[in-house]
Design a protein around this ligand. Structure first.
Ligand SMILES: [Zn+2]
Length: 155
């Protein structure tokens, strides 16, 4: 029996490119929605209004709301995406909440999913580099901060 004699097995058709793309888009939207849900953001902002900027490679975490970050916040976001490929995304600028750090561009939410060990490593690392990035404070493993590390920096 040669290769040519092998019976042709008809496989059921897999998802089309359009279907795969739709699935990717849905995941992307879900990620944005999850990030916005973290701090109960006002419903005025939609996922479509969010610019995804700053992802240099397929592995690098996207920075959501990179526009308007202060130099320290931007440098810190770039450092984290370059150093920790396990980070899912980083949230930066968004509408003002009670604290106001995000709308002023001085805060980042580093989304780590359920990888608490990764969160611990990043938090410990950031605490050794407070002078380099002008870190004012972090929030990690406190209420509503188990899937992301909040970091506020000086401008
Ligand atoms: Zn935050």
């Amino acid at each position: 029996m040669t290769y040519d004699d092998l019976p042709i097995i008809q496989l059921p058709p897999g998802p089309s490119d359009a279907e795969l793309e739709a699935e990717r888009d849905a995941k992307h939207e879900a990620e944005v929605a999850r990030w916005f849900g973290v701090d109960k953001l006002a419903a005025g902002l939609t996922a479509g209004a969010v610019a995804f900027v700053g992802a240099q490679t397929a592995d690098a975490a996207p920075i959501v709301g990179a526009q308007g970050l202060t130099p320290n916040a931007r440098a810190l976001a770039d450092y984290i995406t370059a150093t920790y490929p396990g980070v899912q995304s980083i949230g930066g600028v968004r509408a003002c909440d009670s604290v106001g750090d995000h709308c002023r561009g001085v805060a980042l939410d580093v989304m780590i999913g359920n990888d608490m060990a990764l969160g611990d490593r990043i938090c410990a690392d950031i605490h050794t580099q407070t002078a380099r990035f002008g870190v004012r404070y972090t929030m990690w493993r406190v209420v509503s901060h188990f899937d992301h590390i909040h970091i506020t920096v000086e401008g």
